[in-house]
Design a protein around this ligand. Structure first.
Ligand SMILES: [Fe+2]
Length: 380
């Protein structure tokens, strides 16, 4: 895995951006920024100052999702303007666009050859620094980017997708609206859980995931309902650690199912992931020798689930599921699919789109189309 050169995590670290940029001596920086978060987060002031003596091309990412069209548009501008570095400031979507541009700009073919046709990519030569303004996706820590093509979710995956550096400054998250704090925070919490039970989990990934989960479980409600500097700092760290964890393991079933919920029904990513988490917690806890995928067997998986339950302050997987539901309700997130206009007629389509082997295959218990259908049916 390509090792990042720089990670700065903590309040005030955005002030270190000029020092970070100096390492790359860029002639023309391509600055990708979120449409509202850039100004609202205060990043505009600090990033603007840091780049005041550097030629900069500002590109505002306006689409709600990181679509291939949005990435192609950004890449065209990057190439036309002869930029030689990317700085991505925003949430997961904005960072994924910036990461994709930096990686795809070094390739000889168009974006869809690598995203859809999965052609092998050459290593990236364009440096990129990622600066999150939400505490959720952890995209600044991962070597993949989500890209939607005609409503279907793809992953651009290469070691080059991992940014050269990240600046995670919770001060940039102070102005986050409560609803975005809630949905992005649930993304971090679920990424930690999914990473922990993933069949690819390692000792190191579990360390990151456990740390992220405790931070998120202890601080998310406060960060949403009465945000304090401490809770913002904790959630920024939780998201970053969860990103480090999934960078090793990838995500599992809840993320697989989330993509059609987001692209077809507009459910924000973190909410779309969280809505199936209580059910998936119970589903995985019922793993048996005949349906286990995890190479260490069902007893190990059940032990992992008990550890996760304890980290959530619960005694059992059933208690953990109730705790997650209660947390979602307390921060204003619906726990039912019908709240989004989803009905029984939609379920087959969601199941077919969500059952990607890439993510569902990482789940510790085999997930069949009929078991997924039953899970979704109970959430109506
Ligand atoms: Fe996620």
């Amino acid at each position: 895995m390509r090792k990042r050169q720089t990670d700065f995590v903590g309040p005030g670290t955005i002030r270190l951006l000029p020092r970070v940029l100096k390492r790359y001596c860029p002639k023309r920086v391509f600055l990708v920024a979120g449409s509202t978060s850039y100004r609202a987060s205060g990043a505009e002031t600090f990033v603007g100052q840091a780049l005041s003596s550097t030629n900069t091309v500002l590109h505002i990412a306006r689409t709600p999702l990181p679509t291939i069209e949005a990435i192609s548009e950004a890449m065209t501008l990057f190439l036309e303007e002869h930029c030689d570095m990317v700085v991505a400031v925003g949430g997961g979507k904005t960072m994924d666009i910036g990461k994709s541009v930096s990686a795809l700009a070094s390739q000889t073919r168009g974006a869809s050859d690598y995203v859809v046709a999965n052609r092998p990519m050459a290593p990236r030569s364009i440096p990129i620094i990622a600066i999150p303004t939400t505490a959720g996706s952890g995209s600044e820590s991962t070597h993949f980017a989500v890209i939607y093509v005609k409503g279907k979710k793809y992953s651009l995956t290469h070691k080059s997708l991992l940014p050269d550096g990240a600046i995670v400054d919770p001060n940039l998250m102070r102005s986050l609206p409560a609803h975005i704090t809630a949905t992005s925070g649930m993304d971090a919490l679920c990424q930690a859980i999914e990473s922990y039970w993933s069949i690819h989990a390692t000792r190191q990934s579990r360390w990151y995931a456990a740390r992220a989960l405790r931070l998120a479980a202890d601080n998310l409600a406060t960060a949403v309902l009465s945000p304090s500097p401490e809770s913002r700092i904790a959630m920024a760290r939780a998201a970053h650690f969860a990103g480090e964890a999934i960078n090793i393991t990838r995500t599992t079933a809840c993320h697989a199912i989330s993509y059609p919920l987001t692209s077809r029904f507009g459910i924000p990513h973190g909410h779309a992931v969280a809505v199936t988490m209580p059910s998936m917690f119970l589903f995985n806890s019922a793993v048996t020798a005949s349906d286990v995928i995890h190479p260490r067997g069902p007893t190990f998986v059940r032990r992992q689930l008990r550890s996760l339950a304890r980290a959530l302050g619960a005694e059992s997987p059933e208690g953990a599921a109730r705790t997650i539901e209660a947390l979602m309700q307390s921060i204003g997130l619906s726990t039912s699919l019908s709240a989004f206009g989803i009905s029984r007629q939609d379920l087959n389509d969601i199941v077919q789109t969500g059952m990607t082997p890439e993510r569902a295959g990482n789940n510790p218990r085999a997930l069949t189309a009929s078991s997924l259908y039953r899970i979704l049916e109970k959430l109506l």
